[in-house]
Design a protein around this ligand. Sequence first.
Ligand SMILES: C[S@@+](CC[C@H](N)C(=O)[O-])C[C@H]1O[C@@H](n2cnc3c(N)ncnc32)[C@H](O)[C@@H]1O
Length: 225
Amino acid sequence: MSIENQFTKYAKDYDNNNIIQRIVSKALVREITDEPKRILELGCGSGQIFREITWEFDSYKAIDFSHTMCEIHPKAPNLVVKCFDFDSSSFKDEIENDTYDLIISSSALQWSKNISKLLENLLPKTKNFKAVLFTSNTFKEIYEITKKEKSILSQEEIKEAFVPYKALFEVFDYKLFFESKKELFDYIKNSGVSGENKLDFKEAKHLYKNYHLNYLTFEVIFITI
Ligand SMILES: C[S@@+](CC[C@H](N)C(=O)[O-])C[C@H]1O[C@@H](n2cnc3c(N)ncnc32)[C@H](O)[C@@H]1O
């Protein structure tokens, strides 16, 4: 299943299965001290970032490629929610004449198909960029069992893409504990962090049998320019 379809399918459950996304989006917004007036957000989902914005802004453009997420996102004066793939040329055209006081993104850019290109399009449009991305070390114990190729960017790939921009990085690891295996596996399915590499029935059964931990691990990287 593509990332887009996966988010559309689980959009309604997303708000109950996104503890880590909520923690990191709050942390990201807490770092903003200057009340930016023109804001662009990439991969806005159901509005975690938007809900944390407490000051008045002149314009807020929130982008997501899942129509369902765009529908769920809160609505407000001066806010536009638009359905675009941030890797697409139509998105590049969409922002061509814009400049922003802040470009922000939480838990979304790890799926970029060409993050260097995306940054080339974005960064001339702002002096302030803040993002948090999951890295491919997320669910690493799961991947050790499934041997599946990881579908999100690694910490090294992310850092490499930001080399030209003198970015600051902070990496954090989180562990999320579960009372039962079922809860743990439901979380993976509904949280939207697992990516495109779905398991077939046999592979899923093998994983369920061999995953003996009562927690999941997540690695996130905060980036500030
Ligand atoms: C894990 S959710 C995070 C949502 C929200 N930012 C949050 O912090 O809860 C990732 C979001 O990024 C969106 N997304 C992923 N790849 C995208 C792309 N190439 N273009 C636009 N949106 C994308 C997904 O549809 C999803 O809503």
